[in-house]
Each structure stands twice: as structure tokens, then as C-alpha cells.
Design a protein. Structure first.
Length: 81
């Protein structure tokens, strides 16, 4: 997945993302196939974003922050990454 999309967090746009965030949360669809195109890089609790301001005094973990919620700003790009 990282070989395809690099390490730019799809939730905040900064680099250094270390987790794969499922576009359809696993909690909502636990039987989904492992498909790298169904995931995007995101900062997680093990690799929080150092560029975003802390949330609640902790480094931002975009993946956990999103949880099972919808992606606020759907990613629409006109060019390949
Ligand atoms: Zn992030
Ligand atoms: Zn960030």
C-alpha cells in the first residue's frame, strides 16, 4: 500500500504516515478483502503526525481520530500521485 501511495497521510496531508486506513472502516465491513487500493496511508497512534497541532494534548493520530466516521473531505485528485 505504501509502495503505491507513499507515506502522505490522506487525512491531513502531511508525510510520515505509518498506518493503512481502510476507506471503508474494518469495523463496518470486517470481511472486506485485503486490497491496497481500498486503503490510504494515515497517521496512527504508533506514528502520529508531528506537523499537525496536538489534539487534546497528544500528537495527532489521524486514523484513530477518524475512527469509523466518514471521511470529512472526500479525496478527489485529478492526477496520479
Ligand atoms: Zn495525518
Ligand atoms: Zn498532519
Amino acid at each position: 500500500m505504501f509502495a503505491i501511495f507513499g507515506d502522505i497521510c490522506h487525512l491531513c496531508g502531511h508525510d510520515g504516515a505509518g498506518e493503512a486506513d481502510h476507506l471503508v472502516p474494518v469495523a463496518l465491513d470486517a470481511d472486506q478483502p485485503v486490497d491496497p487500493y481500498a486503503m490510504r496511508p494515515a497517521h496512527g497512534s504508533s506514528s502520529p503526525c508531528t506537523a499537525c497541532p496536538p489534539r487534546n494534548g497528544k500528537p495527532r493520530a489521524c486514523n484513530q481520530e477518524r475512527g469509523t466516521g466518514a471521511i470529512v473531505a472526500p479525496l478527489r485528485t485529478s492526477q496520479e500521485w
